[in-house]
Design a protein around this ligand. Structure first.
Ligand code: MTE
Length: 323
């Protein structure tokens, strides 16, 4: 593999990173945004950055009822914090991409479903949402960079999408692909990245209850910087598996090579399950920094979801399951 010259921000140990990937406590976090002079109350009064419900596609479905089976033992990350701290390389390789991401046109939005299915088809986002039941789930979200959030996502089970798509029995994987539009997403002009962003899961992972297709957050259609109008949430895996702004979903027999795996296979693999005992080649994964408090807490195996997902990996111990 050729030496990669242009590395993502997570190639810097967090403690060495500049304010763009702020790792500091909450006070310093605010300082990173030029808000140090504000009290917490004033900072909390910052408006979350999002598409207003009336403007978002399928707005009539919000807020969706919360499914109490998916809760968490941590406070939710305030929307005004995480709507300004995102990874979305199509719009830049730093965390403050929210403004640039507003250029993404999400309505209309068609999704191509192809590969090993009974009949390939293209479906409009609103049509898709009309065919599934939306619900809210509270999920942990743990980035490979060792920060974490807790987010109220709205969406539907990936398993429900699989039923709609009618895959053939030969399908072993699902490959997800993001949009490609360098005129709108300046990051895609950076030709050293293997655009478009790709991710993949096995059919077994897709059938797990936790695998969630996200259409909303915080009781609203999802803001553009979170990956509007449709993204994944795979809470037991590192955040980079949760691909944003999905345009194409293909059922395949061969294992998809994901965006980060294509860039640096020795550091980012296919499985990418959270495990505090398996360090990233250049930093520890033992702890995580809770984004909105700055507190460092131990990271849990499978990000706390071992009971639901550990069995998916029985017999695969020889593989790199945790990167
Ligand atoms: N999806 C696309 N299309 N492009 C990206 O750059 N970044 C990934 C993932 N999905 C990314 C993406 C990474 S590295 C993380 S940690 C999460 O999105 C971040 O999600 P968030 O901004 O909602 O926290």
């Amino acid at each position: 593999m050729a030496q990669i010259i242009h590395k993502p921000s997570w190639h810097i140990d967090e403690a060495l990173a500049t304010p763009h990937s702020v790792f500091l406590d909450r006070r310093e976090l605010l300082k990173g945004w030029g808000l140090a002079g504000l009290g917490l109350a004033a900072a909390a009064a910052l408006a979350p950055v999002r598409v207003r419900a009336a403007e978002g596609p399928a707005a009539q479905f919000y807020p969706a009822k919360r499914n109490e089976s998916y809760t968490i033992d941590r406070p939710l990350t305030p929307e005004e914090i995480n709507s300004r701290y995102n990874n979305f390389y199509e719009f830049g390789s730093h965390k403050q991409i929210w403004r640039a991401a507003q250029a993404l046109k999400t309505n209309p939005w068609d999704i191509v479903v192809d590969g090993l299915v009974e009949e390939p088809f293209t479906i409009g986002f609103e049509d898709l949402v009309g065919r599934v039941a939306l619900e809210e789930r509270l999920y942990r979200h743990r980035c490979v960079e060792a920060w974490s959030m807790t987010v109220p996502w709205t969406g539907f089970a990936l398993a429900d999408f699989v039923s709609l798509a009618k895959p053939l029995s030969s399908a072993k994987y699902i490959r997800f692909e993001t949009f490609m539009d360098p005129d709108v997403a300046g990051g895609q002009k950076q030709s050293w990245y293997p655009w478009p962003y790709i991710e993949g899961v096995t059919m077994e992972e897709a059938g797990n209850d936790l695998a969630f297709m996200v259409t909303g957050a915080y009781g609203q259609p999802i803001a553009k910087q979170f990956g509007a109008p449709l993204r994944l949430a795979l809470p037991w895996k590192y955040g980079f598996k949760s691909i944003k702004s999905i345009k194409r979903i293909s059922f395949t027999e061969t294992r998809p090579v994901s965006f980060w795996e294509a860039i640096l296979p020795q550091e980012y693999g296919f499985w990418a399950n959270v495990n505090p005992e398996v360090p990233h080649p250049r930093w520890s994964q033992a702890q995580e920094r809770i984004l909105h408090t700055g507190e460092r807490v131990p990271t849990l195996l499978f990000n706390g979801y071992a009971e639901q997902v550990a069995h998916l990996y029985d017999g695969l111990e020889g593989q790199s399951l945790y990167m």
